[in-house]
Design a protein around this ligand. Structure first.
Ligand code: GDP
Ligand code: MG
Length: 370
């Protein structure tokens, strides 16, 4: 059966070993720090501390150190986080660029050059929308596979002169599997051969019934090239967000997900983090996947240095001791010792997994060579 030592359990929860021993004692279990306990007992301890635990596989107990949900009264509305998906050449990149330019601050600054894995649009109304700048279903699914559900809604781009294609269908499948609502943007309506009505009809075959046909799927005809109806698309996104009632507690240690991370010359490892709840501040100690660090500097999506970042904000983080992976959990902990312990535990686990897989690889190779 699956077991975990008290020490490991404490590390994974970012709690002190002695506190875990005390919690076990209250449950009538006498355990030492190096003692293995079974998954069911571990689960009780985890909930006792107000954490969540997920079992990835029968043979593996994977602990997420994300804390439990906030009380509703402690939460405030937060901006929606949007991913744009669709078939190749239907205009995902063009639409992301066009939407970026609708930012009121961007207009003042005469355009944005800074490029991180996500950006936020400030609308004239004062409302905000966060766009993940990683178009394509691959980024979406690889992040989901790593346990990061960062997207609140998907904007499905369909070219009005081309209609539903293979990757459009894939995008619909992925969004549905993730239970993420879809808003349709019928793009390229400026083109002579554009036929938005045909796209609406085709969507029916994939159980997406747009409003014009009596359904509840929001659908906007746009032209990324000419900037047509981008405000209507943003309105639709905000309307869908209102229906979803998106909220988060800003007044707590930050939690989020790595959107992308890389090593940059002269800057070390830098990561784009999407804050999901709490507020991240300069000086905070964090764990990011199997890496950890202390926030040396925070930059917003326009490259401005900032002191803190709240829910739904994409932010560039400097101060990592290594390079995490897209989709990794990002979480602020109390001190460097905890951060180091958790990172070391995860790295050891990754090494085990790599060793196991490479062993298997050799066996397979042996068989194929026979
Ligand atoms: P992606 O592969 O989905 O990211 O598509 P792109 O944004 O790279 O666009 C593919 C091609 O379609 C490019 O040549 C764009 O200039 C063109 N395109 C994108 N949006 C529009 C539009 O609204 N109207 C027209 N006429 N062309 C567009
Ligand atoms: Mg593109």
């Amino acid at each position: 059966p699956e077991t975990i030592t008290v020490q490991e359990l404490a590390n994974r929860m970012a709690e002190r070993g002695t506190d875990v021993i005390k919690a076990l004692m209250r449950m009538g279990v006498m355990a030492t720090i190096n003692q293995p306990i079974d998954a069911d007992t571990a689960e009780l301890v985890v909930s006792e501390f107000g954490h969540n635990m997920r079992r990835v596989a029968e043979s593996d107990v994977e602990f997420s150190i994300r804390r439990e949900a906030d009380a509703p009264e402690a939460t405030q509305p937060r901006p929606p986080v949007v991913t744009i998906m669709g078939h190749v050449d239907h205009g995902k990149t063009s639409l992301l660029d066009a939407l970026r330019k609708t930012d009121v601050a961007a207009r003042e600054a005469g355009g944005i050059t800074q490029h991180i894995g996500a950006y936020q649009v400030n609308l004239p109304s004062g409302q905000k929308i966060t766009f993940l700048d990683t178009p394509g279903h691959e980024a979406f699914t690889s992040m989901r596979a790593r346990g990061a559900n960062v997207t609140d809604l998907v904007v499905l781009v369909v070219a009005a002169d081309d209609g539903i294609m293979a990757q459009t269908v894939e995008a619909i499948t992925h969004a549905k599997a993730a239970k993420v609502p879809i808003i349709v943007a019928v793009n390229k309506i400026d083109k002579p051969g554009a036929n938005p009505q045909r796209v609406h009809q085709e969507l029916l075959q994939h159980e997406l019934v747009v409003e014009d046909l009596g359904g509840d799927v929001l659908c906007v005809n746009v032209s990324a090239k000419e900037g047509t109806n981008l405000d209507k698309l943003e309105e639709a996104i905000l309307l869908q967000a209102e229906i979803l009632d998106l909220k988060a507690n800003a007044d707590r240690q930050a939690e989020g997900a790595i959107v992308e991370a890389k090593v940059e010359r002269g800057r070390g490892s830098v990561a784009t983090v999407l804050i999901q709840r709490g507020t991240l501040k300069v000086g905070d100690v964090f764990v990011a996947g199997a890496e950890w660090g202390r926030v040396r500097a925070l930059l917003d999506d326009k490259g401005n240095q900032i002191e803190e970042a709240g829910p739904s904000a994409p932010v560039e983080v400097l101060g990592l001791n290594g390079t995490p992976q897209a989709g990794d959990e990002f979480i602020v902990v109390d001190n460097e010792n905890q951060a180091r312990d958790i990172a070391e535990y995860r790295q050891a686990k990754l090494r085990q997994q790599t060793a196991a897989t490479s062993g298997r690889g050799t066996l397979e190779q042996m068989f194929t060579q026979l």
